[in-house]
Design a protein around this ligand. Structure first.
Ligand SMILES: NC(=[NH2+])NCCC[C@H](N)C(=O)O
Length: 302
């Protein structure tokens, strides 16, 4: 079926770049986009960061750089190629690369972040990606949409979080168009902006298991997910608020997760997954965990 992709030149039928694509969140990750936290600052644009500021948090860039290097090391240990965005002094949340773009089965899509300081990231990311030979095949300009609200649960199932703030109906609708046109099942979940993004409450471990903050997610959503054959491993709200739910599945078996979430680690391992815990405290204090710090560029199925 013909997709109505728009390249930067605005013309329909722009070349579809197939090098960087993802069909499902837990297929084998081979390439990921990250950005070192050289200019990380706690911007009071989400509830977790505001709480950190209330408690007098001062982010240590040195510590954050060390934690980020360890994350890159863990990714490399698992044969994942890390591509680094250039840092930018005016973009304090740039290290949360998840939110500005997403690889889809049809190529990379540049998103439309809602927060003004994050909207500025989009051009920077698009330029860096094109230097990698990965020009986004589409840019969402309607409404707002951030990558933390997009879950390509598995081939054929797209889950979208819609808080109305970071992602709204118009942005979600625009993003979902090609998925709908290709017959994907699309599950939309509306929630309160307090909870920031879907990926702070819900993350896929493999095609049939997810971590879920069951005391926050509403029952209809939980039932809809379970009806699709996904078993939920519960995470408490306190753990989720500390980004304990915000994990990166390398291959549907190995899970990179924040350190200090012992209950989550125990549940993951009881379910047969291999958790790799990494200290990302400096990022968590700014509202993001390992899922937010990684933009998968390519995953291979099978
Ligand atoms: N995908 C995510 N949950 N990203 C977290 C981003 C945190 C960042 N401080 C913001 O508020 O935008």
């Amino acid at each position: 079926m013909k997709l109505d992709w728009h390249g930067e030149d605005g013309g329909a039928g722009a070349t579809i770049i197939r090098d960087f694509f993802v069909e499902g969140e837990s297929d084998r990750l081979t390439d990921v986009l990250l950005c070192a936290p050289s200019h990380l600052e706690p911007v009071p644009c989400c509830s977790v960061t505001r709480e950190s500021l209330r408690k007098g948090l001062a982010v240590s860039v040195d510590k954050a750089e060390r934690q980020h290097r360890a994350l890159r090391g863990a990714l490399a240990d698992h044969q994942v190629r890390c591509h680094l965005l250039p840092t930018h002094a005016d973009l304090p949340d740039l290290c949360f690369t998840r939110d500005t773009g997403v690889a889809t089965p049809w190529g990379l899509v540049a998103l439309n972040p809602a927060m003004p300081h994050r909207a500025r990231e989009a051009d920077h990311v698009a330029q860096a990606l094109s230097r990698l030979g990965a020009r986004p095949v589409r840019r969402i300009c309607e409404g707002r949409i951030e990558g933390g609200d997009i879950c390509l649960a598995r081939r054929g199932l797209l889950i979208l979080g819609i808080s109305g703030e970071r992602t709204d109906e118009a942005g979600a609708h625009a993003f979902a168009e090609p998925f709908a046109a290709n017959g994907w099942d699309i599950l939309r979940y509306a929630f309160d902006p307090h909870f920031l993004h879907l990926d702070t409450q819900f993350c896929m471990l493999d095609a049939h298991h997810a971590l879920a903050c069951v005391d926050v997610l509403d029952d209809a959503f939980l039932a809809a997910v379970e009806a699709r054959g996904i078993t939920l491993l519960p995470v408490s709200y306190k753990e989720a608020r500390g980004l304990g739910c915000n994990i990166l599945s390398i291959d549907g078996r190995t899970i990179l997760m924040g350190a200090g979430h012992d209950d989550v680690a125990a549940r993951i391992s009881a379910a047969g997954f291999q958790g790799v815990a990494l200290d990302v405290s400096q990022f968590a204090a700014c509202g993001g965990g390992i899922h937010c710090m990684t933009m998968p560029l390519r995953r291979t199925a099978g």
